[in-house]
Design a protein around this ligand. Structure first.
Ligand code: SF4
Length: 505
């Protein structure tokens, strides 16, 4: 299991650069995706117009997100879905685990979903003793390997065919082979049994249509069809930014998403799900739960620059185009969201302090902006976040400086208060003299401090500054009062008036 974090991005990237096998796999895959994307985009004569349209739809939706979410909720509920709101990952996991517990679920089948990766749902389910099995082939491979995805749409992009074959031999006990058909048939055999036995199916969502309450999930393997129709309960986890206003808007996004991601004109399957099944004879689950996940998205919504991060449709094109990602792959980012979009989303989702190195993981060449189907200005976002990081470091340094000034002031204030308390209480004053004499003896002996001409030349911190530029007159071995008492007369001390008595001598 790779446990890389965004905090150690520099070190992660250096390590990845020494991995020649990884770099070879990345070079091959990103070049292929890039070429296919270009061909697919050129197959449409209104590509740029579609990009502008998609961005305009996203901008309008994000500006009125609250209204569209309400509309989506009302329509989805009217169709039989149950809507849950999750402020953060903990809440989302709690909802899923509660639903699973209530249904006494032991096995959950999952389709590929970045949102569930983001909230670490598998770990939460496993902590409840529930097996969560990934059913997308790429996700299944990395789950077998105990790794995390390294690409938004191709989770096992960093693995070669040989590595996958060895993994299947080791984990599934098949005879050694490098035949791709044999490997996929093996995975299918294992997964089909699990689909049949699963209690709950969990998916992500590509788009949620406010107008109809429909969710759309795209895939190429048919595993989502099985995940959403065989188990009795379907739970869909959807980031709140996945909303689009109208059903007709799907036409724009469907043309852009797959062309940008894999170069396909359309994915093999598109599952449009509106509520639960209408009659017992229909296919599909009895219950549909949709969890609307915020987890930091509202923060991004608040500022016009960061808001555009929420326009992302997770096509992965910016990863394939990025010269940094092409060299180091996804794991180095230490986040579920790698590449250029990861470098802007991760610090916003998980905090600048945790991912301050990521906005610098870019040459600002602009390749990501060029390929983004929704025209997200990633270089602008990177610069915005860099400015935020610089500003927060400046404020931190200023805070430290203030603290350094404030601490001596506080110490000074405390010292004078103590001094005043002692000087206005004769008994305290006398006692403090005794204590000081004992301490002086101890300190002088312990530090072998020499007295020069009857003066102390150096004392230890925190009072060392006193003797930096002057000698210290030692405290007399007997106080004035003790000397006075020895002479046989005791001063009659009134509280707060001893100086007058002493002056009387
Ligand atoms: S930022 Fe743009 S290119 Fe990158 S994943 Fe999102 S939509 Fe695709």
């Amino acid at each position: 299991m790779n446990h890389l974090t965004p905090e150690t991005f520099d070190a992660n990237a250096r390590a990845a650069l020494t991995d020649t096998q990884l770099r070879g796999a990345l070079r091959k895959a990103t070049a292929l995706f890039g070429k296919r994307r270009l061909e697919a985009a050129q197959s449409l004569d209104n590509w740029e117009e579609l990009r502008s349209k998609a961005r305009a739809i996203k901008d309008e939706t994000l500006l009125h997100l609250d209204q569209y979410l309400e509309e989506f909720t009302a329509n989805a509920e009217a169709a039989g879905a149950q809507i849950h709101w999750a402020r953060d990952a903990v809440e989302a996991n709690r909802i899923v685990c509660r639903l699973a517990r209530e249904r006494k679920a032991r096995l959950v089948v999952k389709s590929k979903s970045m949102a569930t990766e983001e909230i670490h749902l598998n770990a939460a389910l496993e902590a409840e003793g529930i097996e969560a099995l990934e059913t997308d082939l790429g996700e299944y491979i990395i789950q077998l390997a105990g790794e995390t995805p390294s690409h938004i749409i191709a989770p096992a992009i960093h693995k070669t065919k040989d590595q996958i074959a060895q993994l299947f031999v080791a984990k599934l006990g098949i005879a050694p082979t490098d035949d791709i058909a044999t490997l996929t048939i093996t995975a299918r055999r294992v997964l089909r049994e699990k689909f049949a036995a699963a209690d709950i199916g969990i998916t992500g969502v590509n788009f949620g249509v406010a107008e109809t309450g429909t969710i759309l999930i795209l895939e190429n393997e048919g595993n989502i069809r099985l995940t959403t129709s065989l188990p009795g309960t379907h739970i869909a986890i959807m980031g709140i930014e996945k909303i689009i206003p109208r059903f007709a808007d799907l036409e724009v996004f469907l043309k852009l998403l797959t062309r940008s991601g894999t170069g396909q004109h359309l994915t093999a399957y598109q599952s449009l799900i509106t509520g639960t099944k209408r009659s017992r004879e229909d296919e599909g689950p009895d219950e549909l739960h949709i969890i609307l996940l915020d987890n930091g998205r509202s923060r991004m919504l608040a500022h016009p620059t960061t808001r555009q991060s929420l326009a992302c449709i997770r096509c992965g094109a910016c990863l394939n185009a990025c010269p940094v990602y092409q060299q180091i792959g996804g794991h180095a980012y230490g986040s579920v969201y790698p590449g250029p979009i990861g470098a802007v989303i991760t610090p916003q989702l998980f905090g600048l302090a945790k991912a301050a190195q990521l906005p610098y993981a870019s040459s600002l060449c602009g390749a990501c902006r060029e390929v983004c189907p929704v025209k997200i200005d990633i270089p602008e976002l990177l610069l915005y976040l860099r400015a935020e990081i610089t500003e927060s470091s400046r404020q931190e340094a200023e805070g430290r400086r203030q603290e350094q000034v404030v601490t001596p002031r506080r110490l000074e204030g405390f010292t004078f208060k103590l001094w005043a308390a002692i000087m206005t209480r004769p008994r305290w004053y006398e006692l403090s003299g005794r204590v000081a004499r004992v301490l002086q003896r101890f300190i002088v002996r312990r530090n072998r401090i020499g007295k020069v001409g009857g003066l102390i030349g150096r004392i230890a911190p925190p009072l060392a500054a006193w003797t930096d530029a002057r000698d210290l007159r030692p405290i007399e071995s007997k106080s004035f009062r003790e000397q006075w008492r020895q002479r046989g007369s005791s001063p009659t001390v009134r509280e707060g008036a001893w100086i007058n008595v002493a002056d009387d001598k």
